[in-house]
Design a binder for this molecule. Structure first.
Ligand code: BES
Ligand code: ZN
Ligand code: ZN
Length: 509
């Protein structure tokens, strides 16, 4: 559970308060004494603090002083980080309700602050009996002149200065706060799925969890079982599953509201390896740690479609989630095996630890039946992506979707799930040709994230974007509001992309 965000236009009662301000002259009157203002100035100007605290008898006031920053994405991110910091302070004192007093002219910063507070309060405590350190914050109220208009009057929904909103969306979505709550709830849900260990989250349980959330929001959901997968000749997914005692699943979640803006759907595909031991090419030493996160792509897809459906966005989207664990076993694939994929192509499996591309390739071939406007996959695909850019962003590649990727990159900066584009040059494709089969699943040691993407590209025939999220999907150590463990990377990104795509109006949909 994460705290929910609400708007208030009540007169302030005495309670925990955060004041967001960019200039001393804008400090609300009647809250601070002259001595306190002098103290605040000293903390901000001399000590360069951005969060300053004032202890009253029964409550606390924190002032978040917005630093000058011209890059809008950095401003928003600083606000999220400050929100996380302040939430930590409030949770430490067991506060349950906090009001944010906004003095800024646009609502973006206060919403980002609330976002940081809410996501920073996330915890995964399902298996913990000692709840002493459980976060207490439940309600974040925003008192904001900019956002205070009544929710049901569409004309009052001011488009954000940063997220362009097409008119057809403005009248349809409830309000920015409602939307924010929905997407944050989806991030929490995504994190829960990632943080669940394989002892609970088998492929079957994953598909059941997706069925639950799809039913909650009225999205269509279908789970293809092993028999169906065999009938569909999903050789990649079935091959990876061979070593497991648990059957694979392939979950399809679809949101197709009447009056969708896109005639052709967006398809999101997510890698759902519920545990990656490496298979017969067993991962050595510590490299197997945290491999329960290898379904982060599938979790992000499920959560993004959930958020889009819950917000009732007028877009047709389909989520494809192939799922299995990857283990050694009597029947497991061994190096040199040749498998036939869903689209009939043959693949020489040279390393059983390069399994993600095998299950995703089947999902990408399956995506063709939707005649998609665009297919985006998210996958914790390669260590090479982590080595290239670390945890600070995801590696992105595209084929025939350069404009779409530009929009995605803008979304990436806005939600601070940043993307770095790598090339899809033909030469990398040459490196995964096999002597014995059509393709091999292993390229040279260099540029492994690119050869993996080239492998996937062979199974596509539509505008395609590949996101390798191996770096940012899961964090060993807590990093601000991203937390520790599953971060939910991709959910806020996909949600933002939908708005931006329709506001940019590309010819394709
Ligand atoms: N799931 C891993 C990639 C990964 C690495 C995710 C680190 C998160 C953190 C993937 O299945 C894998 O094992 N890839 C291999 C591919 C190699 C054998 C070509 C890798 O990157 O080492
Ligand atoms: Zn692997
Ligand atoms: Zn993997």
């Amino acid at each position: 559970m994460i705290p929910s965000i609400t708007l208030t236009n009540k007169e302030q009662e005495l309670g925990h308060l955060v004041v967001i301000v960019s200039k001393f002259s804008k400090l609300p009157t009647g809250i601070f004494s002259a001595a306190e203002k002098t103290y605040l100035k000293g903390q901000v100007e001399t000590l360069k603090q951005d969060v300053v605290s004032f202890n009253r008898l029964s409550y606390c006031i924190y002032v978040y002083f917005i630093k000058e920053e011209h890059d809008p994405s950095k401003r928003l991110e600083a606000s999220r980080n400050a929100g996380d910091k302040v939430a930590g302070l409030f949770n430490a004192q067991k506060a349950t309700r906090v009001t944010i007093f906004d003095t800024e002219p646009d609502g973006d910063l206060v919403l980002a602050f609330a976002e940081g507070m809410a996501l920073g309060s996330y915890q995964f405590l399902k298996y913990k009996r000692d709840r002493e350190n459980e976060n207490t914050l439940q309600e974040i109220e925003i008192y904001s002149k900019t956002l205070e208009e009544p929710e049901n009057d569409p004309s009052s929904l001011r488009p954000s200065s940063l997220v362009p909103r097409p008119s057809s969306f403005v009248t349809r979505h409830a309000s920015r706060v409602t939307e924010l709550n929905i997407v944050l709830e989806a991030v929490a849900l995504c994190r829960d799925l990632i943080n669940e260990p394989n002892s609970f989250l088998t492929a079957t349980v994953f598909s059941k969890e997706v069925e639950k959330i799809a039913n909650e929001v009225g999205a269509k959901v279908e789970v293809l079982n092993k028999q169906k997968l065999a009938a569909l000749k999903m050789g990649g997914l079935l091959g990876v599953n061979q070593g497991s005692h648990e059957p694979p699943t392939f979950t399809v979640m679809e949101w197709k509201p009447a009056g969708s803006l896109n005639a052709k759907p967006f398809v999101f595909a997510g890698k759902g390896v519920v545990y990656d031991t490496g298979g017969m090419n067993l991962k050595p030493g510590d490299s197997m740690l945290n491999m329960k996160d290898d379904m982060s792509g599938a979790a992000a897809v499920a959560a993004a479609v959930y958020a889009i459906a819950k917000a009732k966005l007028p877009v047709h989207v389909v989520g494809l989630m192939p799922a299995t664990d990857n283990r050694p076993g009597e029947k497991a694939l061994v190096s040199g095996d040749i498998i036939t994929m869903n689209n009939g192509m043959t693949v020489e499996v040279l390393n059983t630890d390069a399994e993600g591309r095998l299950i995703l390739a089947d999902a990408l071939s399956y995506a063709k039946k939707y005649d998609p406007a665009l297919v985006i996959d998210l996958a914790t695909l390669t260590g090479a992506a982590v080595r290239a850019i670390g945890k600070f962003g995801a590696v992105a590649m595209q084929s025939n979707a350069a404009k779409e990727l530009e929009i995605f990159k803008t979304s990436g900066y806005h939600v601070f799930e940043r993307l770095v584009e790598f090339p899809m040059w033909d030469e990398y494709g040459e490196q995964i040709k096999s002597d014995l089969a059509d393709l091999k699943n292993l390229g040279p040691a260099e540029a492994g994230m690119i050869t993996a993407a080239k492998f996937l590209e062979k199974f596509t025939s539509y505008p395609y974007i590949h996101l390798d999220i191996a770096g940012p999907a899961f964090l060993d150590k807590r990093d601000s509001y991203r937390g520790q463990g599953g971060t939910g990377f991709g959910v806020r990104l996909l949600f933002d992309f939908i708005f931006r795509y329709f506001a940019t109006s590309l010819p394709r949909h």
